[in-house]
Design a protein around this ligand. Structure first.
Ligand code: SF4
Length: 290
């Protein structure tokens, strides 16, 4: 099939779907020479070889280790939802977005096929992300309340968004093997971030478990029995250096939760405020607070 070039909604530059590495997409950390992981063993090796967060992000963004997820994300990119048929789709794994030295982390599950998988940025391009960014903006953590595409000028202050799985999965459900494979990237990213992080807002039970499991793998301690996920629940775990880390549970801002009223804006604001407080981000918008 001949590659179809469509204009990026922000810059107007033409891109294929999926986007070729290093072809000019806003925020693309990769180049055509970035090494590609083709297996879970490759993920571990490439993650270990990355010298810094930027290099790690580049390697994540071209990963092809999970055949089912690669097929799914690229098929979604090529077929496209009708309402986005005039746009190119990123169609690649997503890298963390926000501060490189965050005090607060927001841990999600995985990108949405027509959201982050389209825009190329975490929580950008779907209703769940709109809810989250608006709440972060109300708290002074995000520079803008509205997000549309990578390159729209959005910034996070003292916070970073990451997800346990970096590719859009069918039905938003990665398999256990896929989750475990992608944990190689997650662990490497957390190794660079955790020294700074004081609090994590974990979205849904998946984000909660992914956080606690990652803390354990990183040499930290988690209470036994494992703290149960609940909206507004706070678990105090300890990092490998012995310092406390507050993990705050939050219902995922999916349509299933927001349309039914299970999660309201007030509930989300309260959790963000709690995370902000526990992370020591009491300074509002405009600085890293490091
Ligand atoms: Fe690679 Fe993670 Fe995507 Fe699997 S889910 S292909 S490990 S980035």
């Amino acid at each position: 099939m001949t590659a179809q070039f469509l204009p990026h909604p922000g810059t107007g530059e033409l891109f294929t779907s999926p986007v070729a590495a290093g072809s000019g997409w806003p925020g693309d950390p990769a180049t055509p020479d970035t090494p590609i992981a083709h297996s879970c063993a490759d993920v571990v090796a490439e993650a270990a070889a990355a010298k810094n967060l930027a290099e790690l992000g580049a390697r994540i963004s071209v990963c092809r280790a999970c055949p089912r997820l690669v097929d799914w994300r690229e098929q979604a990119a090529e077929v496209k939802r009708r309402s986005f048929a005039d746009q190119p789709y990123w169609g690649r794994p997503l890298v963390g977005f926000g501060d490189d030295f965050p005090k607060l982390l927001i841990m999600g599950l995985a990108p949405a096929a027509n959201g982050g998988n389209r825009t190329g940025r975490m929580f950008t391009g779907d209703q769940a992300g709109d809810w989250l960014f608006r709440a972060l903006h109300r708290a002074g953590i995000a520079s803008k309340g509205e997000v549309e595409y990578a390159g729209d000028g959005q910034k996070l202050f003292g916070a970073r968004m990451i997800s346990a799985v970096r590719c859009a999965p069918p039905d938003n459900k990665p398999s256990v093997d896929e989750r475990d494979c992608c944990a190689g990237w997650l662990d490497a990213e957390l190794a660079q971030l955790l020294p700074w992080v004081r609090a994590v807002i974990a979205l849904g039970g998946f984000g909660w478990d992914a956080t606690l499991n990652a803390v354990r793998r990183a040499g930290g301690t988690v209470p036994t029995p494992k703290p149960k996920f609940g909206h507004g629940e706070v678990a105090v775990v300890h990092k490998a250096d012995g310092k406390p880390l507050n993990v705050i549970g939050c219902y995922h801002p999916s349509q299933q939760n927001t349309f039914t009223g299970k999660l309201t804006e007030k509930m989300l604001d309260d959790v963000v405020a709690r995370g902000q407080d526990l992370a020591g981000l009491g300074w509002g918008c405009g600085g890293s607070g490091r």
